[in-house]
Design a protein around this ligand. Sequence first.
Ligand code: 0RQ
Length: 497
Amino acid sequence: MHPEIQAKLITAEEAAGLIVNGEVLGCSGFTPSGYPKVVPAALAERGKKILESGREFGVSVYTGASVGDELDGTLARAGIMKARTPYQSHKDIREGINNGSIEFFDLHLSHVAQQVRHGFLKKPTTAIIEAVDVTQNGKVYLAGSGGVSATYMMMADRIIIELNHFYGKGLKGIHDVYIPEETGRRRPLPIYTPADRLGTPYVQVPLEKIVGIVETNLPDSMGNLVAPDADSLAIARHIMEFLSHEKRKGRLPHGLPYQSGVGNVANAVLSCMAHDDALDSVSLYTEVIQDSIFELIDAGKLNVASGCSLTLSKAGQNRFISQIDELRPKFVLRQQEISNNPEIIRRLGTISMNTALEFDIFGNVNSTHVMGSKMMNGIGGSGDFTRNAYLPIFMTTSIAKGGKISSIVPMVTHVDHNEHSTQIFVTEQGLADVRGMSPVKRARAIIEKCAHPMYKDMLTEYLDYGLKHAPSKHTPQVLDRAFEMHLRLAQTGTMQA
Ligand code: 0RQ
């Protein structure tokens, strides 16, 4: 370690001691990968003591996306997280958001960096960034995720680095860091294939801005993914059949890249791709790279994986480390402003696959709000991809909570993706391709292909009633009946009649 770097080594407690009440912290981390782990825990302890002494203490936390318990959980439980953006998936923060104690600003992941640079969002004062190396001339090599780290470091007054030795320096070279020029003077982003790079493998910062470096050796806290269940596999199979059909019809140009969201369904789809003989190679232009990547690698099918984070289970992280020199050339990790960039997603012809909480018979999707009110996680990157994809696909199981909830409803209680952006809907029951269809035809297709048999008649009766009684037959919504399934759920505990 260079003496200038060595001189900056401090403890997590010393780092936490630098943070004052009311600060905005710009943290690294994306779905939980590459986030600071020990400074937030020390900050939570310090914050609790300050609160116990009767003084005020609280911080706003910006990240790339959801992060691990070491950051989101500890700060929320300590009661010192006042505001959070742009995406989370932690039960303690969810509770705080929904009881009104944490202010949450939910925005498209591609917009965060730009909105911070433009001053639309309050500027972060301290950046806390996980890295695998820092050089004496101010090159910071990020850990497992790109997130918004480069912009947070650029905008913050001071930077604290968590130098995590877990992945080790073998990760150096995997990132491609680029911040677009100022708005109004911006030229096209020259990414023409998912493998293209346009930046540097590090973030360049003035060394004097780094006020402390805390050494760690900790994995990301991604739980192990469970083996895909029957519903996830059925959804994946419908998608594979659909893609083959599109290929036969000549509507699927060779080599278009895929984006897949987080979770088990997304993992199951990529796993099915690995085992599908009709697919010879797969490229990803995505946000989250999950364990299913290894199935593509083992099947000899991975062309390149461009993303924003390596979101791997413990076993996946260990495998990545053991094969790092062999694997690195197949991966590019980007800042989320680039991994989720509308211009590039549209140019590459990305096929997006995201999960919905519910969608309505007319093709509107709710990804975020249970019963129109309770925040689940946030829109994440689903809007960046859906709006710009060559083929946007939404997936969900047709029912939730053992059948008490139908995921297909007459009208969604919150709209994240509207009927003008959506095209393909899949549940374990089947796939509805609603391209070019009027709202009524869309509704018939979605009910027939995607709804669970126990809710088909109810949805069809609503549509037929609308065609008789709605003021317009274009989108025959009947406002005094549109939420009757949701109201029944609230009143009786089930949408079933
Ligand atoms: O409840 O947790 O109590 O079991 O919602 O549902 O089926 O486990 O699905 O974990 O993939 O989450 C949309 C939230 C789905 C996620 C959402 C209940 C269900 C369960 C979770 P339990 P599942 P998932 C890339 C793209 C937005 C961001 C995005 C998400 C829980 O995919 O956050 O796409 N998406 N980003 O029982 C009430 C319904 C329900 C319901 C399911 N209709 N009503 N509860 N549930 N349907 C990633 C990033 O952007 C970073």
